[in-house]
Design a protein around this ligand. Sequence first.
Ligand code: NAD
Ligand code: LMR
Length: 329
Amino acid sequence: MTRTIAVTGAAGQIGYSLLFRLAAGFVYGDEPIRLRLLEIPQAMQALEGVVMELDDCAFTQLEAVEITDDPATAFDGVDAALLIGSMPRKKGMERADLLQKNGEIFSTQGRALENAAGHVKVVVTGNPANTNALIASHHAPDIPKTQFTALTRLDHNRALSQLAAKATEVTGEPVQVQDLERVAIWGNHSATQYPDISHARLTGRPLAEVIGDEAWVADEFVPTVAKRGAAIIAARGASSAASAAHATLEHLRDWEHGSNGGWVSMAVHSQGEYDVPAGLVSSFPVVCADGGYEIVTGLEVDAFSRKHIDTSVAELQAERETAQELGVL
Ligand SMILES: NC(=O)c1ccc[n+]([C@@H]2O[C@H](COP(=O)([O-])OP(=O)(O)OC[C@H]3O[C@@H](n4cnc5c(N)ncnc54)[C@H](O)[C@@H]3O)[C@@H](O)[C@H]2O)c1
Ligand SMILES: O=C(O)C[C@H](O)C(=O)O
């Protein structure tokens, strides 16, 4: 079966990091794919250049590449849609500042997604990702809400990397990210997000016990992960791109093929789990299997976690209200 994958903002920096790895089989292996690339009219020439480079790679599993500036054409019959195209945050901007600019884009694209295959998997990377996913989903009422997700896998990966480094320092042994389990991101993909290690394990042992330093967790780990996006903008003068592309592909790969019982973080529609108000798109620990995902249930939420989750969820509620005031929700 040949899958058709739509990628928006395909001429942007994340697009440029993502398309070649997608075409080389990172998500679908040897299975053939078709790409449908969406851009705004002003970027179509640059997009043609990207297509020339895709052609020049002679990828064996890439059957076709189509480009368009029309969302309805882009999403027609697609199996997956990676919604990356939007305006990125610049120095000094908060993600909420982007809502006005990007809300309209995701309303239009939500409506156009009704042309997609009934089983379409939607991954929103463009910021503010959680609320953009909510907006797109709102405008595509015929598509089940579970099929709209937003990216917090980058935050998840950032957390894993910080934790592996700390565990290496504390234990004096090399700790790899794959030695860590049950790490989770909750809430919004923003500076209020909550990277949670209260359930995490290092080769079976409670990670918090191995680290043994609550102050480090509260004062260094949580803010470092939550503000990593801004740190990269400050250092690079542009927002993260290669790591965001990688995380987007891992999100889709695990959703398609499963996470082998392991926890990953995805922002998904809440149905009231863990007292996150129903209808918000919020990050949770999930396990992916059989082409779907399930929020991990039955976790104890300690007071520290509750405080952080509530703060981030309050921000999501405020974004939802802003979107409603702007008329995009
Ligand atoms: N969720 C995450 O973890 C995460 C991480 C990094 C970046 N981001 C976000 O991803 C988005 C893209 O980042 P980037 O660095 O690739 O930006 P970029 O400016 O390099 O590229 C964005 C592209 O989107 C295109 N675009 C704009 N409006 C469009 C529309 N209506 N339809 C189709 N394409 C459109 C632009 O022409 C541009 O080519 C930004 O919102 C950024 O903040 C999210
Ligand atoms: O922080 C940003 O604006 C970019 C992106 O969301 C990131 O987390 O790197």
